[in-house]
Design a protein around this ligand. Sequence first.
Ligand code: SF4
Length: 388
Amino acid sequence: MSRGRKHALLSASSAHRWLACAPSARLEEQFPDLGSVHAKEGTLAHEICELKVSQKYIKPQPAATFKRKLKKLQENELYQKEMDGHTEEYLDYISAIMHSFGQTPYIAVEKQVDYSHAAPEGFGTCDCIIIGGDTMHIVDFKYGKGIRISAGGNPQLKLYAAGALKAYGMLYPIERIVMHIVQPRIDNNSQTELTVECLERWIKQIKPWAEQAYRGEGDFKPEDETCRFCRAGNACRARADKNLGLAEKEFKMPPFLSSDEVGEVLKKARDIKQWVDGLEEWALKEILRGGTVPGWKAVEGRSTRGFADQEKAFAILKGAGIDEALLYERKALSLASIEKLIGKKEFNELLSDQVVKPQGKPALALQEDKREAITLRTAAAEDFKEEK
Ligand code: SF4
């Protein structure tokens, strides 16, 4: 598999950050990329996608070879059955684009593209590029499900498009670029398009910012969205200053906050919470590796009691006359676990008409949240009804 492990300083995936906070790229460079389990899961899912698209459209291999390669990926400890369904959805998405052309278009997967004309030493790996007629499609597969990613205004996609245009612009009469995000775990397929002229204008616009980021210059811009996955996030002074400044000033406001102020404080508090969680994690690691964080120490966390040997313990209970049936409970798997077990496709085929979704409990969400707003209005008479 060709999925690259190398990352440019000005990587496409962190472009939303270095375009907003220019010094972040050089600051992040000082913190190793430890690669979370989620990132590793994503890499595995990408590898399955690559194998499937390549098998169907690029380099079909004998069925036995394909099955062997797929099986090898499925033996990975991070593999889950639902990955099959999600990668099939991605394959279906790619197929729909392929079939939208009259003649078979050009297709490349996991293609390394060079966008150094937009950002110094910039390069990245684009999941899929499809070119036919005057149109180029740039497709990015997202296996994460924590944040809904949109194709609109997405600098990662634009940088891939810049690199792909550099590689193929001389070979194909590209005028139109369609960019896609395929995020099957949360049913999010997002698409946007722009002209080559528009992309070139954007490249010119961001180039001075990218050069500043490359030099590690410019002002820090601590913002919730920008700092969330910044590797320097726990140690960054600008973020700390912003958060501590807020803690000192805004939480000491008079007792009666206006609803405007409550809205503002709640928004900022989200970032403080994430930041404090990150600091706690960092401090624990620091102490466990022999460092000190004044005022803090590492202790043994809570744990739950268990039997050293469950079989032996149960044998003792049975020997004491406890009925075996009382020692076990028969529990149905949750809907989500069954879907994970048999895969989304089969789940939908067998059970789609058995699924109900009760109304969820009201929850607070940011205004930009995609879900529809609800209001629980009680009749005035109800509100002012006297207790009897
Ligand atoms: S934590 Fe935020 S402010 Fe600090 S470098 Fe990263 S993105 Fe910039």
